[in-house]
Design a binder for this molecule. Structure first.
Ligand code: FE2
Length: 424
């Protein structure tokens, strides 16, 4: 064996497990494996998980904070306007450097797969070409899946459809959309029809920014679900954001969720961004603006969490930490039962793996040897502590290490070191 991890705890609750890695794959998983290896890591009971996945991100805008100015109001619409100011100033080199830097952060945080939307409304397709180059460059250590995203509207922007098709021809894999941003509800529905038919024709997945507003009558998800069913796109379509669902009528949602389930439409919430960008027209009470995560999960719908933004026109914070994202999602949705907290961990690991269609993801023998050893005993503690990623392993090789979190105390009669883990 190339590497054996001893005495791991797994996200499903198994403890005292060894994991053997060989030739980039998981070779064996079980207690006290009688195997020799070139290298051993003693996990000492720490949690070993398949890597984190960011199901929704914008790598073309990431780390552009302050270019050409900061978002003064912090609102979604000023963010879109600011991105419009930045776009003509983008250079391929600078964009590539920022994206590579972000991927470094992601790897160090144990994020080894990212689905990134890329704006295709710039006729130069500068960001598309840059991110396709980045995708190739990071492939040995990070899976980057790109979504052709018509930020200015498929029908509002005259060249968007042609550009989207060009982007797909260049190698972008997923069809994006932004129906709520079109001029009318009817145009939004028409954009969904066009995009879903194109995806069906090309055999592609779909992931649309959908109903990112507080308008309870923004129901583009209904149309997205309808076309998914009509075209047989079951399991290949995702509605991202779906924030209007927070404000929808309960009776209407009770009809909608089973239809989404029937069509196999997945949902992606972006807790850090939804909680800060939505509800801006409210006084008090102020809506949370995140979609109905526990209700969607209870209806049997796949729900993942995305980071969406890090230090860009829409959001000045973030550090590629999907445990921070899960922690925010958990709080906003009041998902504090033991089962719900586990579901939040799945929303940044297994569930997005299904949504992205990642091959070989997981902890079973035969899966890719992609693992993260966390400074935590279980998924709930990992979220609580936003635990340090002690080791990040890609295809059987260690690609990042971080020290365990601890503090050195100088208090009379108290221990010299604490690590914030519950001592029993
Ligand atoms: Fe987004």
């Amino acid at each position: 064996m190339d590497l054996v991890i001893r005495n791991a705890s797994l996200p499903d609750g198994r403890q005292g497990i060894d994991i053997a890695l060989e030739a980039g794959r998981i070779a064996a998983v079980g207690p006290a494996l009688p195997l020799n290896a070139h290298q051993e890591i003693d996990a000492a009971g720490d949690l070993v998980t398949p890597p984190f996945i960011d199901a929704h991100f914008h790598l073309d805008a990431a780390l552009s904070h302050g270019l050409p100015r900061v978002n003064r109001s912090g609102t979604l619409l000023e963010g879109i306007a600011l991105w419009g100011e930045l776009k003509p100033l983008l250079t391929q080199d600078a964009l590539i450097q920022r994206a590579l830097q972000y991927c470094d952060w992601a790897v160090a945080r144990g994020v080894l797969a990212i689905r990134s939307h890329v704006d295709i409304c710039d006729d130069r397709l500068l960001a598309v070409e840059a991110l396709l180059q980045v995708k190739q460059q990071v492939a040995p250590y990070l899976d980057l899946q790109l979504v052709a995203f018509p930020q200015d509207g498929l029908l509002r922007c005259p060249t968007a459809l042609a550009n989207l098709k060009r982007a797909i021809a260049l190698g972008v894999e997923v069809v994006g959309g932004i129906p709520h941003f079109e001029r009318t509800m009817a145009d939004g529905a028409e954009s969904i029809r066009i995009l879903c038919e194109f995806a069906a024709e090309q055999g592609l997945r779909v992931d649309m920014h959908c109903d990112e507003s507080d308008d309870p009558l923004s129901r583009q998800i209904e149309t997205l679900t309808y076309h998914t069913q009509r075209l047989g796109l079951h399991g290949r379509v995702t509605g991202s954001h779906l924030t209007s669902m927070h404000s929808m009528d309960n009776y209407y949602v009770s009809k909608l969720l089973p239809l989404m389930r029937e069509a196999g439409v997945a949902a992606i919430a972006n807790p850090l961004i939804n909680i800060t960008l939505q509800g801006r027209h409210d006084t008090y009470p102020k809506r949370r603006g995140m979609t109905r995560v526990p209700e969607l999960i209870a209806a049997g719908i796949d729900v993942a969490f995305g980071h969406d933004c890090v230090m860009d026109p829409w959001y000045s914070l973030g550090s590629a930490d999907m445990l921070e994202v899960a922690q925010m999602g958990l709080h906003v949705a009041q998902m504090t039962s033991q089962e719900a907290m586990h579901a939040c961990f799945l929303a940044i690991t297994e569930t997005p793996a299904r949504i992205l269609g990642l091959e070989g993801y997981g902890l079973a023998p035969g899966c890719h040897a992609d693992l993260v050893i966390l400074d935590a005993a279980n998924p709930i503690e990992a979220i609580r502590l936003r635990a340090a990623r002690r080791y990040v392993i890609r295809r059987g090789k260690i690609v990042s290490r971080s020290p365990a979190a601890h503090a050195t105390l100088t208090l009379p009669g108290r221990p010299a070191q604490i690590d914030f883990r519950l001592q029993r």
